[in-house]
Design a protein around this ligand. Sequence first.
Ligand SMILES: [Zn+2]
Length: 223
Amino acid sequence: MFSWLIDALFPLECVGCGAEKTIACENCLANLRFNEETTCPQVTVTGGQVAFVSMYSYANPIVKGLLRKAKFHAVEPTRGAIIQLARKGLAHFASQLPSGDDVIVIPIPVVASRLRERGFDHILDIAKVVSANLKAPIVKALAAKEHKRQSQLESEASRLKNIREVFSVCAPVSGKRVILVDDVATSGATLGEAARVLESAGVCEVFGVVLARGGKKSESTTS
Ligand SMILES: [Zn+2]
């Protein structure tokens, strides 16, 4: 109802170049560069660190614009564009991710307050793309307590402290190899903590894949 009015008052424009009537135009999406420098194909978990592939840089205005916020009237276009980014990234990076019958895909859970704010679970959307590409099932095996946004915290030490003990394992995962999925990783603290609790629950290996790698400063939406 009144969508014409909302469209008139808040016209959609590309987060990259300002082109009208789209949240991310074809041209900006086509020219988006992959983040080649941070790929880390080795599967290791040591001391709360987890190797992960990050498909794009968070510094890219398209990626940042889409992940930062969905305007209230642009939930579906934003969601669609994030899924497009994930599909394009997966097509490029899938060969660096583990595969096999024992691999499961686990999304980092979005806490209830943030889900209400955003209106959709974009991390689950990205996880579905990973799952479809690798033909590995999604298992929502992690639950998260409410905690501060990692992006509000500057130092790696405070991010580690903030995320400590946040996750619990709520599904059987013993003997599995896991691909953890998140939207943004900066210090890797969130992935590392999730890997730690999954390992205590009997997981064999943990590998991460994120849509974007944040910079040194706290500019990411999550970790
Ligand atoms: Zn554009």
